[in-house]
Design a protein around this ligand. Structure first.
Ligand code: ATP
Length: 222
């Protein structure tokens, strides 16, 4: 579904990714781990065309998207849940959700599909987003991305700042998305939790991929 081949990415003269390659298969969930500043968010930004790869190639769903503008990448079916969630705070939950709607060749989730993923969401629809807790905002951010009909969803540190019970809800959601046949690429620092719910893992260190393998292999390695 996604193939990132030997990309280099820069912020000005600062190189953030070096010859980095990752793949996400159809219906596969993949974790991208690494310390602060390792380049995890940059990998997502390069896939989305926000920090375009200076060399190397990126393809999605059989098409080269290395130089494709971000709005076209979104319409091709890559959904993004950024680490700061980017919810519109003065709008209601239902408005934030409907702003995510668009047509892609993949299945677009309805509000009811999202309620099945996060049961609390149904009772929040008329709330202004500025009054939501961090966990509630995360539910809105994930649901809004799903309503955009992604074939691949990119989750940037979805458990960041959440209470342990809510972290579990997010991890359960990742498992459910995979069960629905969606491809998932999840960036996390919470390594143990995310390894338990993903198929494969890549580890980034100082902009380079230093490990790739089954999540279970890394989970079992003290
Ligand atoms: P974290 O877990 O802390 O979010 P990360 O693994 O996502 O880290 P990135 O945010 O991708 O790491 O950053 C990779 C490198 O690029 C870091 O050295 C960072 O300082 C640098 N960097 C990121 N954004 C910018 C920017 N806008 N301008 C300049 N350098 C940047």
């Amino acid at each position: 579904m996604l193939s990132v081949n030997a990309i280099d990415a820069f912020y000005g003269e600062t190189q953030a990714l070096f010859d980095a390659s990752i793949e996400v298969g159809s219906g596969e969930s993949v974790a991208l781990l690494g310390a602060n500043g390792a380049g995890k968010t940059t990998m997502l930004r390069s896939i989305l065309g926000l920090t375009p790869a200076r060399s190397g190639t990126i393809s999605f769903d059989g098409k080269d998207i290395t130089r494709t503008p971000t709005h076209e990448i979104a319409r091709a079916g890559i959904g993004w849940v950024p680490d700061d969630r980017r919810i519109f705070p003065t709008l209601k939950v239902k408005t934030n959700l409907s702003l995510g709607k668009k047509k892609t060749r993949f299945r677009a989730w309805t509000e009811s599909d999202c309620f099945a993923l996060f049961s609390a969401l149904e009772y929040l629809l008329d709330r202004d987003c500025e009054n939501l807790s961090g966990g509630e905002m995360q539910m809105v951010a994930i649901s809004r991305a799903l309503m955009g009909g992604p074939g691949l969803i990119l989750l940037d540190e979805p458990s960041q700042g959440l209470a342990p019970k809510l972290v579990q809800d997010v991890l359960n959601a990742i498992e459910r998305l995979k069960a629905e046949g969606m491809s998932v690429l999840v960036v996390e620092q919470n390594a143990l939790s995310v390894l338990a719910v993903t198929d494969r893992v890549y580890v980034l260190d100082k902009g380079q991929i230093v490990f790739s393998g089954p999540s279970k292999q890394l989970l079992d390695d003290a």
